[in-house]
Design a binder for this molecule. Structure first.
Ligand SMILES: NC(=O)c1ccc[n+]([C@@H]2O[C@H](COP(=O)([O-])OP(=O)(O)OC[C@H]3O[C@@H](n4cnc5c(N)ncnc54)[C@H](OP(=O)(O)O)[C@@H]3O)[C@@H](O)[C@H]2O)c1
Length: 315
């Protein structure tokens, strides 16, 4: 099979195609013939030599390795014991995270429970764009924060891959949703369900909003400013690289809560997310597609840092 690999950490140019053996599924695993693979910032961070995963990213600290976690495709073989999938089923998932999944490849094997079925009405590119970003938004807003009707939710980087899904998921919970994004994205984000849009280039969050119950910082830099606009008892989730030094103590002193977060594979949650997409409750915005062999161009595009939605590799 063809897959993308790298022999050294570095810029997008280190990504190149190689031939590799097709992997065999062991008991409880399925093999997926990949038709589309989503691109995430963690892919570019691991490619460059680090993603803040520490020893959790154990098998990806020294090349050669294949980045990528988001896949959609067709079940091509099933290991002993698998009951939920059969050869020919359309599936999608975020297998193995944060261990190596090798998703930028023609075939992936992983535990069947890391996957869910793709509904007939959802295409493969959309399905491949959904897992990591969708699970992140879901696990933060539903599992960790348990967002309730009429709560005020603040999402920093509302126009990114995670953010545009988080806006919609918070809205489906009945929350009032505030988000930061460049002004050019505001109208589209309001159409997706954003109630208050803040332009982070021209406005101060502390002056633009207040009384936030749940704040999701997808930017690394907005922890302190988020804390300042939160109610007592509110929860701040610091997503990209954990809780900044000193912020936990400050939160505690102010009667607020703060946590780090790392997304986990969850086939059950994926089934729920796929249903929301199929029912047009959740819109997955695909900002661009690239052929597998052009993964480097996808990385260059994502690293510009202004993508509105998701980038996907096609096979
Ligand atoms: N811990 C985890 O489990 C986990 C899971 C998923 C993602 N992440 C991390 O979360 C971050 C976001 O992921 P993503 O997939 O959404 O990334 P993305 O699609 O690349 O999103 C980038 C977005 O960030 C916005 N942005 C940049 N600086 C900003 C600022 N100062 N204020 C507000 N918005 C800003 C940009 O919006 P504008 O163009 O509007 O400025 C752009 O839309 C990444 O660092 C990623 O690695 C962590």
């Amino acid at each position: 099979m063809r897959r993308i690999t790298q022999d050294t950490p570095g810029g997008p140019e280190v990504l190149h195609l190689e031939d590799a053996p097709v992997p065999e599924p062991i008991p409880t695993e399925i093999r997926v013939r990949v038709t589309a693979a989503g691109v995430n910032p963690v892919d570019t961070k691991v490619r460059a030599g680090g993603a803040g995963l520490g020893s959790a990213g154990g098998d990806m600290t020294a090349p050669p390795f294949t980045v990528g976690w988001d896949v959609a495709g067709v079940v091509d073989a099933v290991g002993m014991g698998v009951t939920r999938f059969a050869v020919g089923d359309r599936v999608f998932g975020m297998p193995w995270f944060p261990r190596q999944a090798g998703a930028y490849a023609e075939y992936v094997t992983a535990p069947s429970r890391h996957f869910a079925h793709v509904p007939d009405g959802v295409d493969d590119v959309t399905a491949a764009a959904l897992p990591l970003a969708g699970l992140t938004a879901w696990q933060i807003l539903v599992d960790a924060a348990d967002v309730q009707r009429d709560q005020r939710v603040l999402i920093h980087a509302a126009g990114g891959g995670v953010g545009h899904l988080a806006v919609q998921i918070a809205r489906t919970r009945g929350a009032h949703v505030v988000g930061t994004a460049s002004a050019g994205k505001h109208a589209d984000l309001v159409a997706l369900g954003l109630d208050e849009a803040i332009d982070h280039h021209t406005e101060e969050v502390a002056e633009a909003t207040r009384d936030i119950d749940v704040a999701v910082d997808l930017t690394e830099v907005n922890g302190p400013s988020s804390l300042a606009v939160m109610r007592r008892g509110g929860l701040l989730v610091c997503v990209p690289s954990g809780v900044p030094e000193g912020l936990a103590e400050q939160a505690e002193a102010e009667g607020k809560r703060v946590t780090d977060f790392l997304v986990e594979p969850d086939g059950v949650a994926l089934t729920g997310l796929a249903r929301l997409v199929d029912e047009d409750v959740l819109t997955v915005r695909v900002a661009g597609t690239f052929p597998l062999e052009d993964a480097a161009s996808a990385h260059r595009e994502l690293e510009k840092g202004s993508t509105f939605g998701k980038l996907v590799l096609t096979l």
